[in-house]
Write a protein that binds this ligand. Structure first.
Ligand code: HEC
Ligand code: HEC
Length: 492
């Protein structure tokens, strides 16, 4: 077939048009050095002979080669090394000075000596009960100390995030409150979720509209379609890159870490690095599970709790005065209910994040679906990719982690429940006067569509709440939870 010249012309125009528009994009790097960031850019030209367009890719390699890596040591994958580590956060340079190196089991701890030098490594002892986070770290953002430190500074600093008021990630995800704000329905209608153990999230946000932790601060209003009747809270802050670039202190900090100034990607990667170390485990449940594994028992039961229960646990369970046998009996009962009659384990894993299908409509925050509000409250449905949208994603929200509940209340995506008892009761039966809900999850719905009444007694509900309390382990280690020692950045 004969090609018409105008088609060729159009193709060429399109090609050059695209080329030009590519060149216009400034997302990854400042094209022209701006005055305050001068130092950083001068440093670049010495260090990085790459073309400006791809200069941002260079730091992916820098991460691996130059910087001190952070490595996880997990009970299951490196038991001997795990048992030997005393602390959550282990700086191997210090270990080297103390002469620990050379002990059997520490073989893998220190990087292979290159040219007689020992490469420092930060080693994190993964708290008991958690999965090994290593497979959850994306290969394009390996954990390094430099990024982690920058991420922590960004996380706590109140000057760069919000143009109008002092605000930091920590103002809402407050480490002293389980990385939440403890407030009820203040962010639109979204309750601030905890960041504890977020490394294991397969989806971010209540409706799962983001996948990677790198994405949560790189959002635009277009990414943030409303999936609830949120009155305008979006996880978006405008102008952050510009504010960081205009501050020479921050520009220098980024140059220290990446060899170049602030970009969206670098902000995201530093914050994600920090967030991936917010780990908390070692609950009574985790210790009982560890004991069960030792005994090679099939199911977790009363005796396993009895073997590990201590006075501190009793206080946390608010049963300080009760006899241990009684409490472990109740815990055994709670476990059985959780995995059986109360149906909890159909959607939740007690110690891990959500199971295979993470989004469910359990009737939280519903107006009347049949009435005027029908278009609202569509939860996961709105943001699910085409082809994955199914009817039951209407009003469905992410199944939250059940770890650390004693630190993260109020509960549910809209913060409507204050107490764990309220939460449990909500799952077990319809509330009087609850509107008809055609999208209620099949696990909780009767064949006629109404909420099942599972018929649990008061004592059984108490046993379930006790079990939830037993999932609350140690707080996040101070090495991660505490703000950075000195404030390095002071934007002008
Ligand atoms: C004004 C309060 C506020 C601030 C400031 C804030 N967040 Fe959030 N964050 C929220 C709320 C509310 C949600 C839930 C939003 C949703 O699900 O739609 C959330 C969700 C998240 C999530 C998803 C967690 C999950 O389990 O789904 C991450 C990760 C996160 N924030 C990290 C950050 C980081 C990092 C910063 C700082 C750059 C930050 N947030 C600043 C309120 C805030
Ligand atoms: C059909 C799936 C399903 C079943 C069964 C189920 N849950 Fe849930 N659960 C969810 C979802 C989804 C949420 C979040 C709902 C929301 O906020 O819209 C949730 C929220 C919770 C929360 C609040 C956590 C927080 O941080 O806000 C707790 C606690 C909880 N469930 C415990 C239980 C217990 C105990 C049982 C058994 C009695 C149970 N769940 C049964 C899906 C389920």
């Amino acid at each position: 077939m004969e090609r018409r010249p105008w088609i060729r012309f159009a193709a060429a125009a399109l090609f050059f048009g695209l080329l030009a528009s590519c060149q216009r994009a400034e997302r990854y790097d400042p094209r022209k050095p701006r005055a305050p960031a001068k130092e950083a850019n001068q440093q670049d030209s010495k260090k990085l002979p790459l073309e400006e367009d791809i200069v941002w890719m260079k730091d992916l390699q820098d991460d691996r080669v130059v910087q001190t890596p952070i490595r996880f040591v997990h009970e299951g994958t490196a038991p001997a090394e795990w048992a030997q580590l005393k602390y959550f956060w282990n700086d191997t340079t210090a270990a080297q000075a103390a002469g620990i190196i050379g002990l059997p089991g520490f073989g893998g701890l220190i990087g292979v000596p290159a040219a007689g030098k020992i490469q420092p490594v930060i080693v994190i002892r993964v708290p008991l009960g958690l999965d090994d986070p290593t497979p959850f770290i994306p290969s394009n953002n390996p954990l390094t100390l430099a990024k982690w430190e920058l991420g922590r500074e960004l996380f706590f600093d109140e000057t760069w995030l919000n143009a109008k008021e002092k605000q930091s990630c920590a103002s809402c995800h407050n480490p002293t409150m389980g990385y939440t704000d403890g407030k009820r329905e203040v962010r639109g209608s979204f309750n601030t979720p905890t960041l504890m153990n977020v490394v294991f999230n397969r989806y971010q946000f209540w409706d799962g509209r983001a996948t990677y932790l790198e994405e949560v601060v790189q959002r635009t209003l277009e990414d943030e379609r409303e999936s609830d009747d949120s009155d305008g809270f979006h996880h978006v802050w405008n102008g952050v890159v510009g504010r960081l670039r205009r501050s020479s202190a921050w520009a220098n900090r980024f140059a220290d870490v990446y060899g170049n100034g602030p970009t969206q990607d670098r902000i995201g990667r530093a914050l994600a690095t920090y967030m991936r170390t917010i780990l908390a485990g070692n609950s009574l449940y985790d210790r009982a599970e560890q004991f069960r594994r030792k005994k090679c028992a099939q199911a977790l039961e009363e005796a396993h709790f009895a073997a590990v229960l201590n006075d501190r646990d009793l206080r946390q369970l608010e049963r300080a005065k009760a006899a241990k046998e009684v409490v472990s009996g109740d815990l055994g009962r709670g476990t059985e209910l959780f995995n059986g009659k109360a149906l909890c384990s159909k959607c939740h894993s007690p110690d891990k994040g959500p199971l295979m299908q993470p989004f469910h409509n359990i009737g939280v925050g519903l107006a009347d679906y049949t009435g005027r509000n029908r278009a609202k409250h569509t939860g996961r449905f709105v943001v699910a990719p085409l082809g994955e949208k199914t009817r039951d994603l209407n009003g469905a929200f992410k199944t939250p982690t059940l770890r650390s509940l004693l630190r993260t209340g109020p509960y549910f995506h809209n913060g409507q429940a204050e107490t764990l008892e309220e939460v449990v009761r909500f799952h077990l039966a319809a509330r009087p006067g609850a509107p008809e809900n055609p999208f209620l999850d099949p696990v909780l719905a009767r064949p006629d569509g109404f909420h099942k009444n599972l018929g649990l007694s008061k004592g059984e509900i108490e046993a379930l709440v006790l079990f939830l309390r037993a999932l609350n382990g140690d707080d996040v280690d101070d090495a991660v939870r505490a703000p950075p020692p000195t404030k390095k950045a002071d934007p002008d």
